[in-house]
Design a protein around this ligand. Sequence first.
Ligand code: ATP
Ligand code: MG
Length: 378
Amino acid sequence: MNVLVLGAGQLARMMALAGAPLNLKISAYDVRSGNVVHPVTLDVLGHGLENGIKNADVITAEFEHIAPDVLEICQASGKFYPGETAILTGGDRRLEKALLDKAGVANARYQVITCRDDFDVAIANIGLPLILKSALDGYDGKGQWRLKPDSDIDAVWLDIDNFLKTSPQGARQCVIAEEFVPFNREVSLIGARNAKGDVEIYPLTENIHTNGILSVSVAAGENDAVQAQAEAMFKAVADTLDYVGVLAIEFFDVGGNLKVNEIAPRVHNSGHWTQQGAEVCQFENHLRAVCGLPLGSAHRIRPTAMINIVGEVTVPVEVLQHAHVHWYDKAPRPGRKIGHINLCADNAAALTDKLRDIAALLDTTEFPAIKEAAATLA
Ligand code: ATP
Ligand code: MG
């Protein structure tokens, strides 16, 4: 089967690697160049979306910030999973918030902002602190403003107003004001759903961010009640979208009660641990779902931690004695995800020790969250 992935980054690359044993041939459409490329070698295989679609049995996506006209063309082919609505919703916080409300899942109180009046009403109704997020094009904490009780409200508005007036998205762009959620921790749930509505759901992962970028994810065991809440919310969202593929949901955990932060209609960075820690990894399960194949078990076979390799950092080769290293073959740049490390152990205590061992091999300024991750497990 031939699968075309919209986007030619590391997620398409890891799908290709996971799909090879099933004889699934993955090509990637690079939305910037318009080329169809091999997702691992990046060799150019062809040019143009129409050409890519013609040669594909199934189309999917590795990211949600895709132009609506591209999504429309893919949808019209009848081969696109999870499809236009799911990708549009994941890429637009306004649609995403409406979906969460429709699915009846708890999420941060919010208001849509398109003008100064909306902004003032949000401050009055939701109160400070407020988090403001661009509806379109936000990722890794980009396109966000924080409004605290001591912030200069006029200055923040000036910045937002300028952002709205100069957005390449024009009138489609807006800002979502959200209550500040005083969470104890952030967790995410990843699961696969097929066209019949069957699901395979991975255990929750605890996520630690540094400067708005995911740093470490740990999947080492979870409170049953919290897992059950997350799974119920996953099913509500996935059923509402009649979703096919892997879907990720990020949550705030406030004293054991979950609120959805956001969804990602795709394989997700916080699910990379499944490559070594689960019976069948998220990349393979996504392909199984979109290709109409039976889903694989999402059972966690051992406690696993994933450490992102971000920016211009060095990883000594000795790390390979303790862990699996996945490089993305990307040029290092500040803030850019260029690879990750998966660390497995027989139990949570052993994983804590391994995190401490690996922290000693790495520069702690380059990998700031490993010690924190070890502390959360201990
Ligand atoms: P991603 O790379 O996950 O797509 P993003 O840029 O889309 O990131 P969010 O996940 O919405 O943005 O926010 C980034 C981080 O900011 C969150 O992981 C969380 O730590 C913090 N944050 C976001 N919204 C809130 C909120 N309402 N209350 C408290 N903290 C928040
Ligand atoms: Mg996020």
